[in-house]
Design a protein around this ligand. Sequence first.
Ligand code: SF4
Length: 440
Amino acid sequence: MNVYDSERMADLLRPHGYRAVEAAENADLIILNTCHIREKAAEKVYSELGRLKQLKEAGNAAGRNVKIVVAGCVAQAEGAEIKSRAPQVDMVFGPQSYHHLPEYLARSSRLLDEAVETEFDVEEKFDSLDNAIAPRTVTGPAAYVTIQEGCDKFCTFCVVPYTRGAEVSRTADEIVNEVRLLSQQGVREITLLGQNVNAWMGPAPRGETWKLGDLCRHLALIDGIDRIRFTTSHPRDMDQGLIDAFADEKKLMPYLHLPVQSGSDKVLKAMNRGHTAAEYLDIINAVRKARPDIAISGDFIVGFPDESDADFEQTLKLVEEIEYASAYSFKYSRRPGTPGAGMPKQVAETQKDSRLARLQAVLEAQKTRFNQSQIGQTLPILFEKTGRHDGQLIGRTPYLQSVHAKAPESMIGSIELVYIKDATPNALSGVLQKDSEAVA
Ligand code: SF4
């Protein structure tokens, strides 16, 4: 979502004469768009601001007027603290306020409290971005589209409900218009984004309410759009309409990222996830029934307060049962202001380390197996960019795996059949089907 927000900031600033540069050294305006999800996020921002202070001083000494803006969720969480700890910062914007950036930059002088904006007015932000003030400009055939922001779930380990606010959906009309515009610029694959993307809902033309499955089907009707993905989903919002869309909407790619976090019901309850391990498994089984080849991805946290060895074994059992195509796994770390941070029976770091190592070994083996299962298959690959080697392009399979193949640059933006010859845990490699036939 920060990638999308950064692109939108560039879109907002372009009509005011700004253009992107490759290195911060050359910029008159430096925007640090921050994420608060990982540990020590604020410390990393302050350390980066120390480096940027030197750039600003050097730029100003050379007669430029360099400005530094901190945006994103660390800006939201820290607010005015950033300006007092790092006076080199000119402006601080939360993730729901960045649409005001051009207006603030246009003012020649401002007071400290005017330059810190962390209000939650997501509808106003969506409106501002949609009012053709900031038409989207994209460079590749795949693009993100934010359709929903915020979260009402309040998992006890997570800061998102505090930094991004309550769940708000963009209207279907706004989303359809943006995707149409993207398709006119050559985009063939869209990834719909939201903190709880499958909580998306909106009024439909005949007064009924659309959910994410309906939206995907509608977007699939747009000429030029061949692939639709969405992330990140919550198990509680996986409805039958969305599962059915996996069965019969072929443009909806066979990939589902559905975090579970733990396989222990005791831990899931303490995390306030609102579902059990069995309910999660039922959803995965239903999705697999609808789309047997679907690649399942997940998120895991080990060492949540009071997680016992037996709880952790249940996580491993669930992982073994599901067989993931990919996954993200982390050690629990306290986030100030969240209920988990104050819970008793915090798990020792050494314990977390050994559990994470065991979990990751299993997940890595599953990912390798999934990638190797593609060897010998011919898959449609959307080529997105050039690779590191001459004549090489990089693209994606329907299952979101990265693929390298020899192909002409003119194929960037097209979907080509590639015969998969090799696989590592992180990528596949292959040859264009027509080349493989020529060799045969
Ligand atoms: S559902 Fe996701 S974003 Fe919301 S609180 Fe839980 S982990 Fe955070």
